[in-house]
Design a protein around this ligand. Structure first.
Ligand SMILES: NC(=O)c1ccc[n+]([C@@H]2O[C@H](COP(=O)([O-])OP(=O)(O)OC[C@H]3O[C@@H](n4cnc5c(N)ncnc54)[C@H](O)[C@@H]3O)[C@@H](O)[C@H]2O)c1
Length: 323
């Protein structure tokens, strides 16, 4: 295969970021686009090239793409991924990969059966600092975890609707939940407290909670918590901190801090993690090596499951077992 011909379904903010990024990858060609908003699809096509299609199905049937980026909001995925898998079209689905486990598991099974290269939007896995942290932690016992996703409200209207986004933990703090899974293993039990405090001053019909505190146990025996707010425009953080008898390790943005008996240091990396993610996907397609992808669709489903359990725990006001 010379160039990997790539189509996009849904071309909002994140899709445009991928399209710009793919321009830096010689082996990738932005070939096709469909968006429910035809004007937006045309604008993207006028700016970056690529043929506009009248539907996702026509795009997939055209024979003009080897791979598809699905960048619609999570409520608007429909049957795109299943159809792509059935046609042997390789797939990168943005996070979160859905809003219910039955659908996500069904799609995951079809992707596995089809044997296509598959990837998800968990781009933080590609940070050099995250890779270093993973190696460092390989022989460490993690006792406690503290994660944060705090910031202001994203602009999209769908984001404030529970049935469209799943709320901040499912939609956004999912990155930190995924990092916890990637570095510290699987969740065991979760217990959540959610509230909606100030959000309706910004979005009067919002249905999502705007603050949350989640505590959890891991299968390893470690315990932890995740704190999130989307109504904190004056202070933000998106960190994961891990504590053990032999070490302290923190990932804060692009920095990695490690304190232990021999070192107390913070290093920063300048990884363009979306570029690394897109490069890995393209290279995996070219070589047939799924292992180049650090966050497969199945991995994204496992992260989705944990975040949906957080929501379920808040709804029921009781602990929920993950898996
Ligand atoms: N990996 C990351 O760091 C990251 C960052 C931002 C967003 N995202 C994810 O990317 C996805 C899109 O987010 P966004 O910020 O680009 O949203 P957005 O609202 O900017 O764009 C969504 C686009 O999808 C289109 N769309 C909606 N329904 C559609 C349908 N049925 N068929 C075709 N097109 C449809 C809309 O018209 C719009 O152009 C979300 O899942 C989000 O979580 C990931």
């Amino acid at each position: 295969m010379s160039k990997v011909r790539i189509g996009f379904i849904g071309v909002g903010g994140m899709a445009e970021h991928h399209i710009k990024t793919l321009q830096k990858i010689e082996q990738a060609e932005f070939a096709a686009v469909y968006d429910i908003n035809g004007e937006r699809a045309k604008q993207i096509s006028d700016t970056y090239g690529a043929e506009v299609f009248a539907s996702a199905q026509q795009l997939m049937d055209s024979g003009k793409v080897d791979a598809l980026y699905v960048c619609t909001p999570p409520f608007a995925r429909g049957t795109i991924e299943e159809e792509a898998a059935a046609k042997g079209i390789h797939l990168l689905s943005e996070k979160p990969v859905g809003l219910d486990m039955e659908t996500a598991n069904r799609i995951s099974k079809k992707i596995t059966e089809a044997g296509i290269i598959n990837s998800s939007g968990y781009c933080l896995r590609y940070l050099e600092t995250v890779q270093k942290a993973k190696s460092y932690l390989a022989d460490k016992q993690i006792d406690m975890i503290q994660a944060y996703r705090i910031g202001g409200l994203p602009g999209a209207k769908w984001w404030t609707q529970m049935n469209m986004s799943g709320g901040q933990i499912v939609e956004q703090a999912t990155h930190q939940v995924d990092l916890v899974r990637y570095l510290a293993g699987e969740f065991d039990q979760v217990q959540s407290l959610y509230a909606q405090r100030s959000l309706r001053r910004l979005a009067p019909d919002a249905t999502i909670p705007d603050v949350g505190i989640v505590s959890f146990t891991m299968r390893s025996g470690a315990i932890g918590s995740l704190v999130n707010s989307c109504v904190s425009p004056h202070y933000g953080r998106g960190d994961v901190e891990l504590f053990g008898l032999d070490f302290y390790l923190a990932i804060k943005g692009n920095s990695l801090t490690i304190h232990d008996a021999t070192q107390k240091q913070t290093e920063k990396c300048d990884t363009d993690y979306v570029l690394e993610q897109d490069r890995a996907f393209v290279e995996a397609i070219r070589t047939g090596r799924q292992e180049l992808v650090l966050g497969s669709y199945a991995e994204a489903v496992a992260t989705l499951e944990a975040t949906l359990c957080f929501n379920e725990s808040a709804e029921k006001n009781s602990p929920v077992a993950v898996g």
